[in-house]
Write a protein that binds this ligand. Structure first.
Ligand code: PAN
Ligand code: ZN
Length: 202
């Protein structure tokens, strides 16, 4: 049976397969590809990102496959999120990251493949880094900005799921960045203060 939502959107039962090696979702509705050249300003050293592009050419940094599930209270939106391995200087490839527009909405990430972490930061307070590896579930409470970071050498594939009406607010991260960055130090990931915090957009 189809359920008509208040705003006219229709939700109906379905199932999809996410390939556990590539992360590709069958029968997806939307496919977002983020190439490195569009992400230069998210890194703490954008000049190093420009150098990387000059030397290596452009590359896909992350992609998302999703179903068009109504963006309304009561539904659950989910996707396949694939972040590729790589580094700009010592800083790992990562997603842009965002707050939810409805700040109080939470999210879970179920890790399917790879090795990484989710960086979580409230507008104030300490950063939280949770590990991602196959079978691991990370809970992102409301009010936390969050991003996926690939610290391994294979694609980091996860299934994020979040309330239909969460929405995505990218602007404050685009303008200010996260207060912390995750970089490789002595062969291991380390959490450091972001030297460009507060002026990422400049
Ligand atoms: C995820 C993210 C996905 C891509 O589905 O949207 O990993 O990251 P960006 O949205 O930061 O580009 C999620 O957290 N949704 O709410
Ligand atoms: Zn989210």
């Amino acid at each position: 049976m189809q359920i008509k939502m208040e705003n006219g959107a229709v939700a109906f039962p379905f199932s999809v397969k996410i390939n556990s090696v590539t992360g590709k979702m069958d029968d997806y509705d939307t496919h977002i590809e983020r190439s490195l050249s569009t992400l230069v300003s998210i890194f703490s050293d954008p000049d190093a990102a420009e150098d990387f592009l000059e030397k290596n050419g452009d590359t896909l940094a992350y992609e998302v496959y999703e179903k068009n599930i109504p963006e309304v209270n009561g539904e659950i939106r989910f996707c396949s999120s694939i972040t590729y391995p790589g580094k700009i200087g010592n800083e790992y490839f990562m997603t842009k990251g965002h707050f939810h527009s409805r700040l109080d909405t939470a999210e879970i990430y179920y890790c399917i493949r790879g090795n990484g972490c989710i960086l979580m930061e409230k507008k104030d307070g300490n950063p939280i880094l949770e590990n991602m590896y196959p079978g691991r579930v990370v809970y992102v409470p409301g009010y936390y900005a969050h991003r996926s970071i690939n610290i391994g050498d294979e694609p980091l594939i996860s299934l994020p799921a979040y309330p239909g009406d969460a929405g995505h607010d990218y602007k404050s991260i685009e303008d200010n960045g996260f207060r912390h960055i995750v970089v490789e130090k002595n062969g291991k990931p380390a959490l450091l203060e972001n030297p460009r915090y507060g002026r990422m957009g400049k």
